[in-house]
Design a protein around this ligand. Sequence first.
Ligand code: NAD
Length: 353
Amino acid sequence: MARALRLAVAGVGNNISGLLQGAYWYRGLQARGETELPGVRQNAIGGVGVGDIDFVCAFDADPRKIGQDLTDAVLAEPNNYPRLDVELPQQGAIVQLGLVNGGEVTVEDVTKALVDSDAEVLLYSLPTGLQWEAEQYAQAALGAGVAFVNCTPEVVARNPEILAAYEKANVPMVGDDLASHMGSSMVHRSLLSLFAERGVTMSSSYQLNFGGNEDFRNLRENGASKQKSKLNALAQKGIALDAVEIIPSAGYISHLKDNKVAVINIEGLGWAGTPVSLDLKLKVQDSSNAAGVIIDLIRVAAAWRRLGEAGFPIAAASCLKSPAVPHDALTTFAIDEALSMLNERVAAAADRS
Ligand code: NAD
């Protein structure tokens, strides 16, 4: 087994609560010798298992989280991911004030904290809509030679200048925006593809999303970048995206807590122009849905860095809504092959050492 992945996080919200609690939940299963891990796409990537994450550095801007050990911070309000039935030790990583537009912390401060903690990957998981912060954290990770993973729809990996700087400095860059595990974008994409495959002409479609966590509260006001990214996720041959309407947060409903409800409708024309109508409701634990792909993105990023590779790893593309290399330029086969090659190269390097 490879050494544990040393992870830094920017934004200690529900995503990180789901990731940290889940990592300990899987560690428990692994300690009992179980090999069938429910809810996992890949048991190991680059030799790193789903429980093999060391949380070494954390940044936030909320006084309720700053100064707390990361374990206490992920359980602090307004986070409302459920408390999993697992023991959580203190992490020894104290949440620090991070980069805030107009604030005192500098890019150099964050770079130093990343270097001092010996982090391999910085997971960027701030509220959607903060383009300045996304670029500044990416700058800080670049300075530290730490791989960057962008969970949000802000344009980072898709910015050719940022990507080129990462390539030049020999640092991995993974983004943009998570394509959640069983997310509304992936379900919607598959259904649109099914209509096209069966020769039913899609005439209109919509996707409405509701939830009761901070992400949904924020997306009501700041959903523009998310809306574009969700459309990117649906892009495929034969689909007329101008007939598709997406509302990232059609409502913040507090009693839903960290559950997300998505309603998807597709109207189509079948034989002789007669109607075909499909309505679907999807309900998921929103931040588990995020953690289920974050775990793959951070392991791909760490493996890419350990191999001495730079820039965007194709192996990450199926976990992203808006990858640096667009979906329509990639096949599922190419992505799967990239992941197998990455695993083989890490295994060969381990054999040699
Ligand atoms: P959240 O609102 O629970 O957490 C965001 C955290 O960032 C909070 O702790 C907040 O205090 C902190 N923060 C705000 N400004 C900061 C700053 N300048 N520096 C450091 N920290 C700061 O959000 P979440 O549910 O954890 O989601 C994080 C991101 O992931 C969002 O942008 C969301 O849209 C995106 N995302 C989530 C999913 C999913 O399935 N849940 C899917 C795709 C993308």
